[in-house]
Design a protein around this ligand. Structure first.
Ligand SMILES: Nc1ncnc2c1ncn2[C@@H]1O[C@H](COP(=O)(O)OP(=O)(O)OP(=O)(O)O)[C@@H](O)[C@H]1O
Ligand SMILES: [Mg+2]
Length: 218
């Protein structure tokens, strides 16, 4: 099956400290990987490394080129004068592409509808609540039609309905062959996806890697 991610013996350092310390991880098309672990264990650093936002100090990374990433904290400039629709549409942009096409606009609309933010399309992002802004960034990520989706604590600040909506969207993406890597503190999140792997990170290393679900399906 097609591989969406292969990370081999990755080390990521801040100064002399290895926040990620020799992680080997791969994800196939349609595979769900939950990353869990205590505060400061290196989960966000790992995902940022996979996203290409922080360079690996050593090791190798190969990943699908169509990748979307939703950070743990939106360090977006809230005063940036942009409307919801414009932010979501940027998720369809790729290097070398000049304008959003009609199908890009349709995908952005459908992502906004599926995350119940279509009614906010014309609002400026500075006027949104935290949970609404999170849904804008999720819509931005999914309308890029990703082959690899990286989500860092995507459920933080989401109400129960938005949480269930997100998991419905993820099940659809997985069925279409997207690999999803999700950092979560809430282990009950794994119940939202029928099959997956749960990887625990401790002090920058994988301390546990277990499969859940699908064991009786062969
Ligand atoms: N920009 C940075 N500069 C220096 N050290 C950092 C930086 N970002 C994170 N760290 C350190 O790297 C380690 C891992 O941080 P990271 O944010 O990856 O943890 P985390 O597992 O995502 O934690 P949390 O559950 O709180 O989100 C921590 O010790 C943290 O203090
Ligand atoms: Mg984190």
């Amino acid at each position: 099956m097609t591989e969406r991610l292969r990370l081999n013996n990755a080390v990521i350092k801040y100064g002399d400290i290895s926040a990620v310390d020799g992680v080997t991880l791969s994800a196939k098309a349609g595979e769900m990987i939950f990353i869990t672990g205590s505060n400061g264990s290196g989960k966000s650093t790992l995902v940022k490394g996979i996203a290409g936002l922080i360079p690996l100090s050593s090791g190798t990374l190969v990943r699908a080129s169509r990748m979307s990433y939703v950070p743990q904290y939106e360090d977006a400039d809230r005063d940036f004068p942009a409307r919801v629709r414009e932010i979501v549409l940027t998720g369809t942009q790729r290097p070398g592409k000049l304008f959003a096409s009609r199908s890009d606009r349709e995908r952005a609309e459908s992502a906004m509808k599926s995350l119940n933010i279509y009614g906010l399309s014309d609002k400026e992002i500075r006027t949104l609540s935290g949970g609404q802004l999170r849904r804008v960034f999720l819509a931005r990520a999914i309308c890029g039609n990703p082959e690899l989706l990286l989500l860092d604590e995507p459920c933080a600040g989401l109400d129960a309905l938005s949480h269930e909506t997100l998991f419905g969207i993820l099940r659809g993406l997985l069925a279409d062959g997207c690999a999803v890597v999700m950092v979560t503190h809430d282990i009950s999140d794994i119940d939202g996806i029928p099959e997956g792997r749960v990887i625990r990170i401790s002090h920058g290393k994988i301390s546990q890697d277990i499969s859940h679900g699908g064991l009786n399906h062969e």
